[in-house]
Design a protein around this ligand. Structure first.
Ligand SMILES: *Cc1c(COP(=O)(O)O)cnc(C)c1O
Length: 369
């Protein structure tokens, strides 16, 4: 027997658990982690180099602890794209929206407190809850993966969680949550506790509908979290952010590590924010490819969940893991999120999507033969 994690005096809630992570396999077509398939445009790469060179000149100093310039630009981006005004004091940024979520749970969750999510959804919400000592409650969905709002409101009334997560568009299922449903859950959460409602909009730029940012008006216990990892094609940058009442921004600063956002990260993100126009053009292409995947998978006879994201959930398979392996045998890596009978494919370039569609077309032939 080799000495392992469980031989160390680790916290009880970490015993027997595995770290988060999709397999990073070296195959020709990788459509498993919802990344943007397009590398950053060359002009932006140049601008990043310039901005980072500039930042390098003062790396002997700690970075701007409050990331004022970056938060100001993020606020402008949110205002421009949603029509709802947010300012510097409404925005907070961290190393990926996962860190934003961790800071929110450190602030509003923690030992003796609980958080709820409606599953299947983004598994990191539950994992970060566990990591921060927050109890996790798995709330219900309908069979079609929409949130069962009355049942969800009852679960909130019963458990009185401190934090409520709503992911829209949802990962891994792809469907967006209507604003009325989010409002109903917010009302239920306020009546029960009151508690914080965190709306994870990691994929909102790919949505047919609008951001829920305007719901922030008059709702100080609502938080919208966003990321540059998906639509901006900058997963490697690690930049996530939130918009909320200024009091929420003040509160998370109680738990953030000092100087958590490096000067290099801030410089890179600022460069990317100068190129949002070009980056959002790729988003339009990906949305069209996403819609094509939905249509072609349906034409092949697969059951497809409505998607407002850059990925599509499809099935139904008697054995999803076996189907995942057979698609992989054809050089295409998709994701088995553990949703029974379903797999998830990220919209890639047209060529990658063609390779994926060829693979599932053959799979269909085999399975009906
Ligand atoms: C990918 C994803 C994120 C992004 O995490 P980052 O830390 O910003 O890369 C957040 N929420 C959901 C639901 C996601 O799928």
């Amino acid at each position: 027997m080799t000495f392992g994690i469980d031989d160390l005096p680790v916290r009880d809630e970490l015993r027997g658990k595995s770290p988060y992570g999709a397999p990073q396999l070296d195959v020709p077509v990788r459509l498993n982690t919802n990344e943007n398939p397009y590398p950053l445009p060359e002009a932006l790469v140049e601008r990043i180099a310039e901005r980072v060179r500039e930042a390098a000149r003062t790396l002997n100093r700690y970075p701007d602890r409050d990331a004022v310039e970056l938060r100001t630009r993020l606020a402008e981006y949110l205002t421009e794209t949603s029509g709802y005004h947010v300012g510097l004091r409404n925005v907070w940024a961290a190393n990926g929206s996962n860190e934003v979520i961790q800071q929110l749970l450190q602030t509003f969750g923690g030992p003796g407190r609980t958080a709820i999510g409606f599953e299947p959804s983004y598994s990191m919400h539950g994992l970060i809850a566990r990591g921060t000592g927050t109890g996790w409650i798995s709330g219900p969905r309908h069979d079609d993966f929409t949130i069962d709002v009355p049942a969800a409101a009852r679960a909130i009334a019963e458990h009185r969680p401190d934090v409520v997560f709503v992911t829209t568009p949802n990962n891994p299922t792809g469907n967006a949550v209507p604003a009325e449903s989010v409002l109903a859950l917010y009302e239920a959460a306020q009546a029960a506790k009151p508690s914080m409602v965190v709306v994870d909009e990691a994929y909102v730029e790919f949505s047919h509908g609008d951001s829920l940012l305007p719901l922030l008006e008059g709702r100080p216990n609502l938080v919208i979290s966003r990321t540059m990892s998906k639509a901006f094609g900058a997963a490697g940058l690690r930049l996530g952010y939130l918009a909320a009442h200024p009091a929420v921004v003040d509160a998370v600063q109680l738990v953030r590590l000092p100087y958590h956002l490096s000067a290099v990260t801030q410089a890179t993100a600022l460069a990317a924010l100068e190129h949002t126009g070009t980056l959002l053009k790729y988003v339009e292409q990906l949305k069209a490819e996403r819609d094509r995947l939905v249509a072609e998978l349906r034409a092949l006879g697969y059951e497809v969940t409505e998607s407002d994201a850059n990925f599509v959930q499809f099935g139904r398979f008697a054995d999803a893991h076996e189907a995942w392996r057979r698609i992989l045998d054809r050089g295409v890596l998709v994701r088995d999120n553990g949703v029974p009978g379903r797999l998830r494919v990220t919209a890639g370039t047209p060529e990658e999507n063609d390779a994926f569609l060829d693979a599932v077309r053959e799979l269909k032939k085999e399975q009906s033969a």
